[in-house]
Design a protein around this ligand. Structure first.
Ligand SMILES: Cc1ncc(COP(=O)(O)O)c(C=O)c1O
Length: 453
């Protein structure tokens, strides 16, 4: 077999894109939305092979807390490479892992971190979610899970189901199911009332359902929740509602797993999004930013749940030395450089100015978010408003706006119901000038796409 081996030959961007289209899977995602070939990136800026520069408001789907190729991250990677440390080590003990674990535990809210255990997972958020659910199933002897409308927790399904190893399956009770609960999404209120009334109903519903002897819900192994739904459309849960979920689960002995894969590491204007409400979960699922742009995922949990057997959640790539070095450097830099407060401050400015824009552009139905995790929901204002006064989503307009943004040098991805929400996830290092440019380009793009030009 002979492979083409000429790393110096630089194909044109058009050729690369064409080959990607014919050689890669039909399931490719972001590559469809952004037909560009990035060749260099620094901070918030990505440069394409065609020489065009883009402001990146996607940040690796919220992964790049410090933006692309931050000097602190690069220095940590270089230091580790130069040290001769092994790059792959399953889950053996290393100085880099020890240091990362210290930095991580120091960054977590003290009442949760005290006595907590860390399990290193396969390097994706979805594997840490699997681990957290499996852990709580093992600990409680129950199988089902409580999850919310609009939730996104990953893509793996059934890996364990098709696994033959009985030893890792046997501790898990069979017959589980997911009970879907309403998430307090005010603009598209699941109860059709919105506001605080909708939020109250969403809390009452959880409690009543669990206590109803004919409610059809077996005692669950866990509840899993996002503090701000990311892929669900940048929907923040009110703090009071989250505190209610904590009270309800605690009173009924249901472990609470908070999925901070996207909200963690300063993204929402708190180091960890649970800090806004002050709740102490039983487990936290962490990935994305904790690896400083390299793949890393963990579940951290209270030690009383540490009841699974050695090898109960194993995996080959759980010891990525470079990711741990990059991650520890990122966690420390975010804390030391005041980037959490910065996310809150710039996020507030963006939210305020986008809300003002909503007043001028009726195609903006809702503006929401927390810190630098923001959403702009696009609607058809000529449609029929629902009981809350919300207009129908306009996914076709959202696609046009995304294209118009790209044409103006701005990378913005869609999400939420019907993919009608523009999601803004800039790095925490965004400058005031960059924030101004984002607002300007976004406003122009929405106005242009909305008017059909
Ligand atoms: C809240 C949340 N949980 C889990 C995941 C899954 O993470 P991954 O894509 O790394 O598997 C994501 C990904 O976007 C996420 O936003």
């Amino acid at each position: 077999m002979t492979l083409t081996a000429d790393p110096t030959a630089t194909p044109t961007a058009a050729a690369i894109l064409r080959r990607q289209r014919v050689r890669e899977s039909a399931a490719r995602t972001y590559a469809r939305s952004f037909p560009i070939v990035p060749v260099r990136a620094s901070g918030m800026t990505v440069e394409g092979a065609d020489g065009r520069r883009y402001l990146d408001c996607l940040s690796g789907a919220g992964t790049l807390a410090l933006g692309h190729n931050h000097p602190v991250v690069l220095a940590a990677i270089r230091r580790t490479l130069d040290s001769g440390a092994p790059l792959h080590l399953l889950d053996l003990a290393t100085a880099e892992k020890d240091d990362f674990t210290t930095a991580l535990l120091e960054s977590l809210p003290a009442p949760f971190a005290k006595g907590a255990r860390v399990h290193f997972c396969g390097p994706a958020g979805t594997d840490a979610v699997e681990a957290a659910l499996k852990l709580m199933q093992t600990a409680t002897g129950r199988r089902g899970a409580l999850a919310f409308t609009g939730a996104y927790h990953g893509m793996t399904a059934g890996a364990l189901a098709v696994t033959g190893n009985v030893a890792v399956k046997q501790p898990l009770p069979s017959g589980g199911e997911v009970t879907r609960l309403p998430y307090p999404y005010a603009y598209r209120c699941p109860f059709g009332v919105g506001g605080e009334a909708g939020e109250r109903l969403a809390a009452v519903y959880t409690e009543r359902l669990l206590d109803d002897p004919a409610g059809g819900v077996l005692p669950p192994a866990a509840m899993i929740v996002e503090v701000v739904q990311g892929e669900g459309g940048a929907v923040p849960a009110p703090d009071a509602w989250l505190r209610e979920q904590r009270r309800i689960t605690a009173e009924r002995g249901i472990p609470l797993i908070v999925d901070e894969v996207q909200t963690g590491v300063g993204r929402t204007g708190a180091m960890w999004a649970v800090e806004h409400s002050g709740i102490v979960p039983d487990a936290m699922v962490l990935s994305k930013a904790i690896g400083g742009s390299l793949p890393l995922a963990v579940v951290v949990y209270r030690e009383e749940y540490d009841s699974w057997q050695p090898g109960a959640h194993t995996g080959t790539f759980r010891g990525n030395t470079l990711a741990m070095a990059a991650g520890a450097a990122t966690l420390r830099h975010v804390a030391a450089d005041g980037l959490v407060a910065r996310a809150e401050q710039v996020g507030h400015r963006l939210l305020t100015e986008l809300t003002a824009l909503k007043g001028r552009l009726p195609v903006i139905g809702d503006v929401r978010g927390r810190g630098l995790m923001l959403g702009v929901e696009l609607v058809d204002p000529t449609g029929v408003a629902d009981a809350v006064g919300s207009y129908p989503p306009d996914p076709a307009l959202a696609v046009r706006v995304r294209e118009a943004c790209l044409a103006r040098g701005l990378i913005v991805e869609l999400g939420g119901r019907h993919d009608a929400v523009l999601r803004l996830l800039p790095p925490l290092t965004i400058t005031d000038e960059q924030a101004g440019a984002v607002l300007e380009r976004l406003a122009e793009a929405i106005a242009a796409a909305g008017s059909g030009s």
